[in-house]
Design a protein around this ligand. Sequence first.
Ligand SMILES: Nc1ncnc2c1ncn2[C@@H]1O[C@H](COP(=O)(O)OP(=O)(O)OP(=O)(O)O)[C@@H](O)[C@H]1O
Ligand SMILES: O=P(O)(O)OC[C@H]1O[C@](O)(CO)[C@@H](O)[C@@H]1O
Ligand SMILES: [Mg+2]
Length: 483
Amino acid sequence: MGSVSNGASELRCGGAAEANSDDHKFEKKVEYLNSKNEFPKLAKIVNGEYGYTLEDVPHLCDYIPHLPTYTNPLQHNLAYSAVRQYFVDYDDTVAQKIVVHKDTPRGTHFRRAGPRQRVYFESDDVRACIVTCGGLCPGLNTVIREIVCGLHHMYGVKRVLGIDGGYRGFYAKNTISLTPNSVNNIHKRGGTILGTSRGGHDTKKIVDSIQDRGINQVYIIGGDGTQKGAAVIFEEIRRRGLKVAVAGIPKTIDNDIPVIDKSFGFDSAVEEAERAINAAHVEATSFENGIGLVKLMGRYSGFIAMYATIASRDVDCCLIPESPFYLEGRGGLFEYIEKRIKENGHMVIVIAEGAGQELLTESLRSANKEDASGNKLLQDVGLWISQKIKDHFSKQRKTAVNLKYIDPTYMIRAIPSNASDNVYCTLLAQSAVHGAMAGYTGFTVGPVNGRHAYIPFHRINERQNKVVITDRMWARLLSSFLE
Ligand SMILES: Nc1ncnc2c1ncn2[C@@H]1O[C@H](COP(=O)(O)OP(=O)(O)OP(=O)(O)O)[C@@H](O)[C@H]1O
Ligand SMILES: O=P(O)(O)OC[C@H]1O[C@](O)(CO)[C@@H](O)[C@@H]1O
Ligand SMILES: [Mg+2]
C-alpha cells in the first residue's frame, strides 16, 4: 500500500483500503507541499512515468488512521447491477490536458469521480448537510435534490439537513430536514429552497455547529468565494481530526471557476440571455438608426456575453471585462457605432456588467465599495454607456439614434435550469456523494474534458477563469461581426 509523507510522519494513503500493490502502475510518491509542521495546506502530488502527475485530493485516512471500510451498498443495487464496470478503479485519473503531442509529458491528472468498491461510512451513521452560498444560479435546486436522492437511493442515507441561508445559517438558523419526498419537485423551480447569502463566513462557529450537530458529510454549493470558504472549513475540520467529509460543488453563471469544463447553470443562463438579445434586435430593427443594448452578468469574466453573442448572430459588438475599450476617437466605440449604423441601419450591443469599469469609476469618481463577501460593487455600466451613446449622437447631430436598453441581469439567473443543465447537475451531485462516501474530502467535483473528477480546493481557488481574447473562441466572435 502507498504511503503519504508530510515530512514528519507516515500516514495511510487515502483510498488505500481498495488499493493493493498491483494497482499502481506508476511510481508512487505522495508529498505534502507547504510542509510546515503545523497542518500545512494539503497538496498531494503523485508522480508517475513519462511526466505523469496526479494532483490528488485529501482522504479521511490521511489524518485518521485505521478507519474501517464497508462494502458499497451499490453492489446490491438492481439498477446498477447490469453496468459492466460500475465501480471506478482506484488508479483511474482524468487528464487535464487532452491535446498532446508524441513527445510531451503526460501532465497533470485528477482523481476520477465515481463510486468505489469500499466506502468509509455506514449508511445509518451518515448525517449529511447541504448549504448554498453566493448568488443564484439555475440548477441549484437540482443539485440539492440529487444529493438528497443520491444519498437516499444509492447509499440508504436517511438523515440529510439543509442549512438555511448560506454559511451564516450554520450558526444563526435552524436546519431544514430534507427527504426525497420534500425535494421531489424542486428542480422545476429557480433559486434555492435553502436560501443563500453573502458574507457571514465564521469558520470556528461553522465547524462548531458541524461538530455539535454530529454532521459527518458537508456538501457546499457555491462559486469561487464559497469554495474558498469550503477550503477553510475543511482545514479546520482536519485540524480538529474530525471524521467529516467536505465536498464542494462549483456554482456560478459567470463560469469563472478554473479547471472544470464549465459550471452548471451557465447553459441555461446563456439561453435566457438569448431572449433578451432577440428583443433588443427586434427593437433595433424596428426603428430608424435603432440600437439595442443588453447588459449581462459577468463581473470579472465575460463568458455569458461571449457565448450569448456567438449563439445569437444578431450582435454587432460585445464588450467584456477582459477586452478594454474606449469611446472617443479612432478605433473607439462611437466610431464603430457610426459605421455599423451607416452600413446596416441598426445595431445590437452586448455588454458584460464588469466591462469598462475603469472608464466609469474615473468619470463617476466612485468609492471602492464591496458587498458582504468582499466582492467589488460595480457601477451600472449599461445605464452609463446608454447615456454616453445618446449624448454623443445628440451632440453630433448628424445621426439621431434610437437606443433601447435592456437589463435582464437577474432574470437570467433566477430561472430553473434547462434539460441539459439538469442532467449535468445530477452527475455533479452523484459524483460528490460517491466521493464523500468513499472518504475523499477537501475536494470540488467537476468535469475535466468531459470526465467528472475530484479536484483539490487549492486548484480551484488559485485563480479565476477568464475569457482569453487570444484564443480561437474570441476570434470566432470577432469574425461573426464581419459576416
Ligand atoms: N476567502 C474566503 N474565505 C472564506 N469564506 C469566503 C471567502 N470568500 C468568500 N467567502 C464566503 O463564501 C460565501 C459566498 O461568497 P461570494 O458571495 O463571493 O459568492 P460566490 O460563492 O463567489 O458565488 P458567486 O460569485 O457566483 O455569486 C460568503 O458567505 C462568503 O463569506
Ligand atoms: O446582486 P448580487 O446578488 O450580489 O449578485 C450579483 C453578482 O452575482 C453573479 O451573478 C455571480 O457572481 C455576478 O454575475 C453578479 O455580479
Ligand atoms: Mg464569486
